[in-house]
Each structure stands twice: as structure tokens, then as C-alpha cells.
Design a protein around this ligand. Sequence first.
Ligand SMILES: Cc1ncc(COP(=O)(O)O)c(C=O)c1O
Length: 395
Amino acid sequence: MKKNKRKIYFDYAATTPVDPRVVKVMLPYFSKKFGNTMSLHSFGQEVKEILEESREKVASLIGAKPNEIIFTSSATESNNLALKGIAFANKNRGNHIIISSIEHPCVMESAKWLESQGFEITRLKVDKYGLVNPEDVKKAIKKETILVSIMHANNEIGTIEPIEEIGKIIKSEIRNQNSKIYFHTDAAQTLGKIPVDVNKLGVDLLTGSSHKIYGPKGAACLYIREGTKITPLLHGGGHEMGLRSSTVNVPAIVGFAEALEIAKKEMKKENERLSKLREKLEKGILKKIKNAHLVGHPQKRLPNIANFWFEGVEGESVVIELDLLGIAVSTGSACSSEKLEASHVLLATGLKPHQAHSSLRLSLGRWTKEKDIDYVLKVLPKVIKRLRLISPTFK
Ligand SMILES: Cc1ncc(COP(=O)(O)O)c(C=O)c1O
């Protein structure tokens, strides 16, 4: 088959290219300003200064104080620290943790591991759009509850959870029971894409990621509200206020802070642009392809994520066919697509395994153009038609 020269990226929810403006601010911190932030000499002190400036920048962009931001290497690490760090620091008060059933695998697996260590985990059901019902959080809270962790928006279907409402419920429950229940949200898919303010959301901990917002890989943050009792996972030289020992990755952190600043500045305009493109994409797909279904909340959804399932086709086959045509998309999340199991998120929304296996996620971003949408709308219906012709299940 003739190889297609066109290369269109529709997988921005998996990762993003680094914005050239971000690369530019990072460059000096590789070879010129390369010191270790813990060194007392000038090489160390000049990078320590930029590290603290980056911390101030990230903090101010989410309504936090600088001493409430810990830089980590990834959202996976931040989520592990949030769950395990809170669990172990507070186990004298209780052993119960509440999460949703559609969390990212790094939260699901951390919770599963904590279960093996004697903690009790409640996994809240979601509705057909992937929404957690705040009342269910209220019902699940008991006197042993020490942590609630619900993601801000889901990475596969884009549904935005009612974090503010859940935060209020948790606060009122704390007053009733005179105990502390920490509230964590995984904002890896929302930070820099929709407004994120830790006080408005009412969270004690919040995970943010750099490589989802045109920053480099290798940098992320965990917001930890002042006074939170948390135990580090990495012990050593005492970096990051003793909560994350490891020589600090200054270039990546500088890039992360810059990427977040740009994303926040451009958010409103970019979201209007992306919403229009996504609407065109969704309407086009649902019009041109019969027996295609949209997954995720129709309104309460990130402006850049569209997830469909197509009767009678395997999502993986569509991904491969589209790749040959120069279009990069994913089935479910990039993190789970190497496994053959159906996505736990789609199953939680009520899809049957065969329906979940026929899903396709298209995620748009900074370099998505209208002509890219037009190209997808031209080739995807043909791909689905061809696959359905050879499908043993499609009638
Ligand atoms: C919601 C969410 N949380 C956590 C992660 C994990 O991020 P990373 O693999 O960069 O650690 C991702 C990545 O897709 C995500 O979408």
C-alpha cells in the first residue's frame, strides 16, 4: 500500500508537542545554567532562583501559595504521592478512601495497592455520561474516611466532574464529624485547559501535568494545601520541602511554568476555536456514519475530546487504518490501549465490552486546523464502511 505523506495528530489528550515558545525558555537550563538547586555556589543558586520563580508562577496560576506546590516528574507520581502519602500519614485516624470508578490507571492501581496494605476503597459508580453524583460521595463518607480522590475531567471521554459541589459536601461532612477528610483531584487533563482554582474547587490536593499542555515531559506538580498531613514516597536529600527528594529537573519545570502561563493566557480564545472544530467533527461523524454513538457528557465536557463507538468495528482496526492514512487517534486512553481489556471508563458508563472495544477517541489541540477535521470527515466514513463489510458482527 502507498504510504500516506500526510500526518495529522488527533491524540493531544495522550501528549502534546512542546510549544516552540516553551522550548526557547528552557534552552539555557540545559548547558549554561545547569547547576544543582541544592548547591550553595552561584551555579546552584541561579537555578534555585528560577525554580522558586517557576513555583510562584504555577502557584499564582491556580490560586495557591508557592509553598503549596511540589514539583514531581509526572502526573502518575503526583497521584501516587497524593493517595499513598495521605493514606500512610493519616492511617491512625482511619483507613477508608473514596475514588470514582473512572479514575486514571495510576489512581486505580494506587488504590488497589493500598487495599492490599489494609486500606478500604470505595469506588463510586458514574452515570452514562461518566458523571459522579455528589450525593453518592456524601453517602459513602464514614468516620474512617480520610481521603476522597475524584478526577477533574476524564482523559478518555472528557466529562468534567462536579468537583466544586463535591468539595462543598466534603467540607460539610467534616463539620458534622469533626474530622479531616482530604480531597484530591487529578487535574492532569484540565490544568491549562479550563479554569482551575484550588480554592474555588475546594480541594486540598491537586495534580497537574506539563506534557498535556505543550510543556515538556518529566515535569508535573502536586498542590498540597498548607497544613496537610502527608508522607513522602521518595526519601533522600530533602528536596521539595522534604516531600520529594531527587535532584530537581529545572529545565522541565521552567518549561512547565511557561507552558501553563501561555495556556492560561490563551485559554478562552483557544477553547472557542476548539469547541467549534469539535462540534463540526462530531456533527459530521454522526451525520455521515450510521450507528455511531458519542460517549461522554454532551455539555459538561472538555472542549478538545470527542469519543465515539461504532457498531460492528474494532477500535484498534480503525486506529491502524487511520494511521495508514496519516491520522493519529486512539482507542480509550493511550495508557490502557496496549492492554486488550476493554476500557474500565467506558464499561463504567454502561457500555458492553464489545461496544467499549469499538471506541475511538479523537483529541484536538493547538495545531488542529479545520482542514484536518475535513480530512477526517472525508476518510473515516470510508474506513468504517470497509471494516463493517468484513465484520462478522455488523448486520
Ligand atoms: C487524567 C490523567 N491522570 C494521570 C495521567 C498520567 O500522566 P503521566 O503518564 O504523564 O504520568 C494521565 C495521562 O494520560 C491522565 O490523563
